[in-house]
Write a protein that binds this ligand. Structure first.
Ligand code: ZN
Length: 571
């Protein structure tokens, strides 16, 4: 929808930090506090405070972020979120049945629900359980010891008026342009426990989930997973049942309640289902045809769509978009580019619908492979931003993919590391997107063998699909399967603010150039192509000076910076 809100958030991606939304919607341009560390080669129009400094975590963030003993003592198996949504009262009530296996003997577990929501009761069978609330955490005490290896199930009853907060409001009760009820959720960052009780962290996921959503008879609910059926409750409400057959992040669990119409398609055996407002049906039928090509492209590089039993869905929503698992929400105006704009400014973005291509890429990276802590969210966003370039490469070839990626350079700030503090529910810097993708593109050049590179990407995804991993897992896989020590390269790009700078010193002797990397990692070593276009040669700089013969003058001597994201300093 062309709401002023969406227009004001025009350059915002799907998963930017909470405060960015507020800053942008107020058209604020925060000032940097440390311009001295910015590399001269990176022009900046916006530098936001959280890119310059990591915020001090609050108690609530620490309780949310830490994988403490009362989380670590159990392993999630299953949720059944069974709720009623009252649009008039803007009120949610119901229960989440939570099944888990104890990993250690214990009498206490931690779940999460925002303090703004009421806990009505928590039952083990018919036994009410005692609990203590601390910020957003809910510590539940059991009257008897729960034993390691045993499976338990509790019913967590709750209710309340959700409070709009976070980037897309978390839960919004809106009206569509025709005046019908339109209720949507999008809660990554702020957390799913803002609207339903769960173990609100990234490390542990249920293996499967049922969703039952009761809403007034004239409305449609589209949630995650496979549509099971709907039941008239004979009280003016109808319950919509959805079944998720795969592990799922809490923040991916989504409600989309509105006056939706449905159309469908197939890609081989995979059902494709589309839900839009009636007035947008014709536009959607044209624009959503891109979903098929997108799926073909990503399946080409990584293998089968991860959630085949649940199908693939695109659902119109009143914000730009979000990667809700098997139920991607879409608000990109049924136009190519990103909210009507050329996203990377190099003429390629207008060829495709950014939201379909980006948010759906998260089905592979974010939803199937998931970071175990938000600190390492580049595993979602850096990879998915790189996937955009793979889509470009699949459709239009390598040169356009490289051009597209290089369009990201002006968006990088290099003011703090991509990996944020672990265990405090930290929001990673925006650099996780663009710098993350540019780093992966650099690794392709380091591998320097596209046949190997495609096999590496495919193998990497297949190895870690449906798992929750950290950066160390990514690095170990790439080291093992390339036979190279890529650790200093990953570390330089992910754990330091600055990118490596190639120092070139001419004129010490005739037809000679000296070279070395300037980097924070002492053992940083990365091959790089130098020379002139069409006549590149690979050199192997370290952090110590080496020299080479060259007939090129200082002005003529180039570094292939389109394929290596590095700074160059010629003297
Ligand atoms: Zn994203």
């Amino acid at each position: 929808m062309r709401s002023p809100l969406i227009r004001s958030l025009a350059w915002r991606l799907c998963a930017l930090p909470v405060w960015v939304a507020a800053a942008l919607s107020a058209h604020a341009v925060p000032q940097t506090s440390s311009p001295a560390v910015a590399p001269a080669a990176t022009p900046k129009s916006h530098v936001r405070p959280n890119d310059a400094a990591e915020p001090v975590p609050t108690r609530a963030a620490m309780l949310r972020g830490a994988y403490g003993p009362f989380r670590a003592n159990n392993d999630l198996l299953y949720y059944h979120l069974d709720i009623r949504v009252d649009p008039d009262k803007q009120f949610i009530s119901g229960k989440n049945t939570i099944r888990f296996r104890m990993l250690k003997d214990g009498t206490r577990i931690q779940l999460d629900l925002f303090e703004t929501m009421n806990i009505d009761k928590i039952l083990l069978g018919t036994t009410p359980l005692k609990y203590e609330r601390d910020a957003g955490a809910v510590f539940i005490n059991f009257p008897q010891t729960l034993h390691a290896g045993q499976v338990y199930s509790i019913d967590f009853y709750y209710s309340g008026h959700t409070v709009e907060t976070g980037r897309f409001g978390g839960v919004t009760f809106k009206k569509d342009p025709s005046g019908h009820v339109w209720i949507n959720t999008a809660c990554e960052g702020i957390g799913a426990s803002m609207w339903w009780p769960n173990k609100d962290q990234w490390r542990d996921e249920v293996q499967e989930m049922d969703l039952s959503v009761a809403i007034p008879n004239d409305l449609v609910d589209v949630s995650n997973g496979k549509f099971v059926g709907k039941t008239d409750l004979k009280d003016g409400y109808t319950r919509w049942d959805w079944k998720v057959h795969y592990p799922i992040n809490n923040y991916d669990v989504s409600l989309n309640i509105g006056n939706y119409v449905h159309f469908s398609d197939r890609l081989a055996d995979l059902p494709l289902d589309f839900y839009v407002l009636p007035e947008d049906l014709d536009k959607a039928k044209r624009q959503f045809a891109q979903a098929k090509v997108m799926l073909e492209a990503y399946q080409h590089y990584f293998g089968e769509y991860p959630f085949a039993k649940d199908g693939y869905k695109l659902i119109e929503a009143p914000y730009s978009g979000m990667e809700h698992q098997s139920a991607v929400t879409y608000g990109n105006l049924f136009e190519n580019g990103y909210l009507g704009r050329d996203w990377t400014g190099v003429g390629i973005s207008p060829r495709f619908d950014f939201i379909i291509i980006h948010e759906s890429g998260h089905e592979w990276f974010g939803n199937s492979i998931t970071a175990a802590d938000p600190s390492d969210e580049w595993i979602h966003e850096g990879w998915t931003t790189y996937l955009e370039s793979l889509y470009v490469e699949y459709r239009w070839g390598t040169d356009d993919a490289i051009k597209y990626l290089n369009g990201y350079k002006p968006k990088v700030h290099n003011l703090r590391p991509i990996i944020a503090e672990r265990g405090v529910n930290a929001e990673a810097t925006e650099d996780q997107y663009f710098k993350g993708a540019l780093m992966i593109n650099t690794l392709r050049s380091v591998v320097n063998d596209d046949t190997k590179w495609w096999a590496l990407l495919h193998g990497f995804y297949q190895h870690f699909k449906y798992q929750n991993i950290m950066t160390e897992d990514v690095v170990a896989y790439f080291n093992q399967h390339t036979g190279m020590n890529l650790t200093p390269i990953f570390d330089q790009y992910l754990r330091h603010a600055q990118i490596p700078r190639l120092e070139l010193l001419f004129g010490e002797a005739p037809e000679m150039v000296m070279y070395k990397w300037r980097a924070d990692e002492d053992d940083f070593a990365m091959p790089v192509r130098v020379g002139t276009p069409g006549h590149w040669q690979i050199i192997h700089p370290t952090t110590h000076w080496q020299s080479m013969q060259t007939p090129l003058t200082k002005d003529a001597f180039q570094v292939e910076t389109d394929r290596y994201y590095v700074d160059v300093n010629k003297q």
